[in-house]
Design a protein around this ligand. Structure first.
Ligand code: ATP
Length: 206
């Protein structure tokens, strides 16, 4: 490198965790808006593991949910499906995700944790919540029906230091997708064609 010192931060990576049961246009639109607004180089869609002990476990298996994320992101090179939480044993905790990613990517990467306003508000109940804000910049993204104001939170709450970004405000949830599928109604306005085909052939969510 001669006398020039290498620049420290070379890459800005978004970390978007979720059950993605299934991935829908709200997820992809949020990632796109944050990617553009924060000038990111990449967004990782980190799929949660199977968590049978959780109160409302995902309906589809981790491998089906991961496959659907891959299908939805197939033609978008800057968005990448990550199985880092699936291959780690046990329940998924964001603090573990971020620690593993720091180890994998090294110090030259800056992480941006993307969370919907509903998830951000409950972050004080997350494992090692105080650590999370040290491992990534938290971006709380607006979600219809979810008011978010970082100033409402006590300073010990991880979301008190979050950047609020209103984003595209798309009123879609995986719950809505699943209930439409159960009712035999169309979801073509809510999920990608490739994901719809996967759900059809695997008979998920019936
Ligand atoms: P479910 O309806 O099953 O609870 P979901 O649609 O909220 O699912 P998740 O996979 O739980 O989807 O969400 C992953 C992340 O994406 C969370 O941080 C959540 O807040 C955020 N998110 C999901 N949908 C939207 C949306 N339409 N607008 C903003 N954020 C969203």
């Amino acid at each position: 490198m001669g006398i020039m010192s290498p620049s420290r931060i070379t890459k800005k990576v978004g970390v978007f965790g979720g059950t993605f049961d299934p991935i829908h246009i709200g997820h992809v639109s949020v990632a796109r808006a944050v990617f553009d607004a924060f000038d990111l180089d990449q967004v990782l869609f980190v799929v949660t593991a199977d968590q049978w002990l959780r109160e409302n476990p995902p309906l589809a298996s981790a491998s089906d949910r991961f496959k659907m994320v891959e299908l939805a992101l197939g033609n978008i090179p800057e968005f990448v499906a990550s199985n880092i939480d699936i291959v780690r044993d046990g329940s998924t905790y964001t603090v573990d995700t971020l620690r593993d990613l720091h180890e994998l990517f090294g110090d030259s990467v800056e992480f941006f944790l993307i969370v919907g306003a509903d998830s951000a508000a409950s972050m004080d109940r997350w494992k090692s919540a105080g650590q999370i804000a040290r491992l990534a910049m938290i971006i709380a993204v607006g979600r219809p029906g979810q008011r978010f104001d970082a100033e409402l939170f006590d300073e010990s709450h991880p979301a008190s230091g979050a950047a609020y970004f209103e984003g595209p405000m798309i009123d879609v949830s995986a719950t809505l997708v699943r209930s439409r599928l159960r009712a035999g109604r169309s979801v073509s306005d809510l999920i990608s064609e490739t994901v719809a085909q996967y759900i059809e052939t695997t008979a998920l969510y019936r």
